[in-house]
Design a binder for this molecule. Structure first.
Ligand code: AMP
Length: 122
């Protein structure tokens, strides 16, 4: 499987500064910002700055430095948002069956209420 990255996706535009965002954390290789349509009291998206379509693409082609930075940033956001006590959920959608809308890797961090079971029907 080879992935092709569409640099006109909305998160690429955010990374280029063409669209505003509400930044939670920025590191050398990673940006975390609030989801524009939050589905929980805390809904933060964490994206690598590099052009990766999905988690598998990132795992295949990102450098160790990018991967370490990204994983640590996810944890740091959880701590910054004070999520340790009550918990949170990470979701990374990929492709058609994953119903991924934006083709740039992002992890959703959801928290602030009981989130229900992992999958809804339908
Ligand atoms: P997914 O379905 O996993 O691709 O999720 C894409 C997410 O991006 C959705 O939760 C959207 O609400 C969110 N989103 C789309 N455009 C923006 C934006 N300009 N700023 C912040 N979040 C956005």
């Amino acid at each position: 499987m080879s992935y092709s990255y569409d640099d006109q996706n909305i998160f690429a535009k955010i990374l280029r500064g063409e669209i505003p965002n509400t930044t939670v954390l920025e590191t050398e290789h990673t940006l975390a910002f609030r989801d524009i349509h939050p589905q929980a009291p805390v809904h933060v998206l964490v994206i690598p700055k590099g052009p990766y379509v999905c988690f598998d693409h990132f795992a295949l082609e990102a450098s160790d430095a990018e991967i370490v930075d990204y994983v640590r940033a996810v944890g740091e956001v959880c701590r910054m948002e004070g999520l340790e006590a009550d918990g949170w959920r990470l979701i990374a959608n990929a492709g058609t069956n994953g119903v991924q809308e934006v083709p740039h890797l992002h992890v959703h961090i959801l928290a602030g209420r009981v989130l229900g079971r992992m999958l809804a029907k339908g």
